[in-house]
Design a protein around this ligand. Structure first.
Ligand code: NAD
Length: 273
């Protein structure tokens, strides 16, 4: 049982069928919210909601890069609960999965670059726009899941890093726009790194997978990867009224990675690199 930190608030969490998104949805439910979980993977989404209390959750299929899907998600959430208090723009792709080309700035294809922006950056922009329209009278909190890759260069993830930097900047623009219009909406970004989810599979699977995971852990000041819950607790704070004077902020959840600096370019090895 939770403490009711988001009691009876209505939340939408994108990309929620697994990983960080599912952990966020689960924690918000535990803390008293009604949660709409959305994801492009409809089968996974249906399984995910079965693990949560039926009267508290709804799953909606959703491709965050499609404007018409966003319209449907907001319409259905409003007809389910009459308002939206929290939007968590979590859905994202790394571009390291099958079908994508190497993503360094010398060889990345424009097509891949655009696909990654469409989901990560444009998806977040659309979510913010629909949330502002819906919440501007009733108020609310938007939490955008960025990445530590927004704050530093990542040599062989240039499209992903640029998309996450766009989210970081978008967050601050949304925050200030809402202040300037006297909309009671806050907007903040969370910057995870090295959280143990299926996101890391392309980088850790295959030969010597254990060795690869240990190498990742060694590069984190805290010495181990994070868990989806570590991000969910940060989101919970920003979604709740506890953060009522916090807007346009960025919260690192990275085991200390960005606390230091290294001039060594780090190449993430994948089969396709
Ligand atoms: P994940 O791959 O496990 O989950 C991502 C989810 O997004 C999946 O359920 C997927 O089906 C969904 N998704 C993909 N494209 C979509 C689309 N077009 N529309 C709707 N849903 C879509 O990844 P995760 O680790 O849980 O990552 C969640 C977020 O956190 C992502 O934005 C990711 O970039 C960010 N992040 C993760 C890490 C990490 O270490 N895991 C680090 C930094 C940032």
């Amino acid at each position: 049982m939770g403490l009711g930190r988001v009691e009876n608030k209505v939340a939408i969490v994108t990309g929620a069928q697994q990983g960080i998104g599912f952990a966020i949805a689960k924690l918000l439910v535990q803390e008293g919210a009604f949660v709409v979980l959305t994801d492009i993977n409809a089968a996974g989404g249906k399984n995910a909601v079965e693990k949560l209390p039926k009267d508290r959750v709804l799953f909606l299929p959703h491709d965050v890069s499609k404007e018409s899907d966003w319209e449907t998600v907001f319409e259905k959430t409003l007809s389910w609960k009459g308002r939206v208090d929290i939007l968590v723009n979590n859905a994202g792709i790394s571009g390291l999965t099958k079908g994508f080309h190497p993503q360094n700035p010398e060889h990345a294809t424009l097509e891949d670059y655009k696909k990654i922006q469409a989901v990560n950056a444009e998806g977040t922009f659309l979510g913010c726009r629909f949330a502002i329209k819906t919440m501007k009278k009733t108020g609310g909190s938007i939490v955008n899941i960025s990445s530590r890759s927004a704050n530093v260069g990542v040599p062989n993830l240039c499209a992903y890093a640029a998309s996450k930097a766009a989210i970081r900047s978008m967050t601050k623009s949304v925050a200030l726009w809402c202040c300037s219009q006297n909309y009671p909406i806050r907007c903040n970004s969370v910057h995870p790194a090295a959280i143990d989810t299926p996101f890391w599979d392309p980088m850790t699977q295959g030969e010597e997978s254990e060795k690869k995971r240990k190498k990742i852990a060694r590069e984190i000041p805290m010495g181990h990867m994070g868990e989806p819950d570590d991000v969910a607790f940060a989101v919970l704070y920003l979604a709740s009224n506890e953060s009522k004077f916090v807007t346009g902020a960025e919260l690192m959840v990275d085991g200390g990675i960005l606390a230091g600096s290294s001039a060594t370019p780090r190449i993430i090895e994948t089969k396709e690199t």
